[in-house]
Design a protein around this ligand. Structure first.
Ligand code: ZN
Ligand code: ZN
Length: 177
């Protein structure tokens, strides 16, 4: 079988959605293409990501694509470092943002205790066969235990772009970072 090569290239149109965050990838913006076996037909299909989203949520794919890429990649040193941290902590790429618990009914995947209403919780999703599936929550304070690191504020801000500065301060405290 042919070796699968993941790619980085400018988006040909502004229509593709990023698998990592669900938002549109702007035309001409660099994007990462994860090449996978097409589940519905012979051959390969491509999952597209913003470069930052790939570094966070598909670190091994990002690193392979960056290695194979012979054009420029702005901020590549930082992105590669972030992807390496994600590759070393196998649960870290599951992080999909942060929110105040709306109901007090969710159970933390790490400590198995209830997450209190209005407490900050970290949303998780699991990558499986080309899709990200929602996979529950952890207390912000359980991040270090569950993820292996609590240095995740930049990642949380990336996947939850509408956080206020005061929210970020509260989250930082809750993480204990
Ligand atoms: Zn994205
Ligand atoms: Zn917990």
């Amino acid at each position: 079988m042919e070796e699968i090569v993941h790619i980085i290239e400018p988006a040909a149109s502004g229509r593709a959605k990023c698998r990592g965050c669900g938002r549109t990838i702007a035309k001409d913006e660099l994007r990462v293409g994860e090449r996978i076996e097409n589940p519905f037909a012979d051959g390969l299909t491509t999952l597209w990501y913003h470069v930052q989203c790939a570094a966070y949520k598909r670190p091994e794919i990002f690193l392979a694509a960056a290695e194979a890429h012979d054009g420029t990649l702005p901020d590549s040193g930082r992105l590669v470092a972030e992807a390496k941290v994600g590759a070393e902590h196998r649960r870290l790429p599951r992080v999909n943002g942060v929110q105040r618990d709306p109901s007090g009914r969710a159970t933390c995947r790490s400590c198995r205790e209830r997450i209190g209403k209005d407490e900050w919780r970290i949303a998780l999703d699991f990558y499986e066969e080309g899709r990200f599936n929602p996979a529950g929550y952890i207390h912000a304070g359980c991040a270090a235990d569950y993820l292996g690191t609590a240095s995740i504020v930049d990642r949380l801000k990336h996947f939850t772009p509408d956080l206020a500065d005061s929210d970020v301060n509260e989250i930082r405290n809750a993480l204990g970072d």
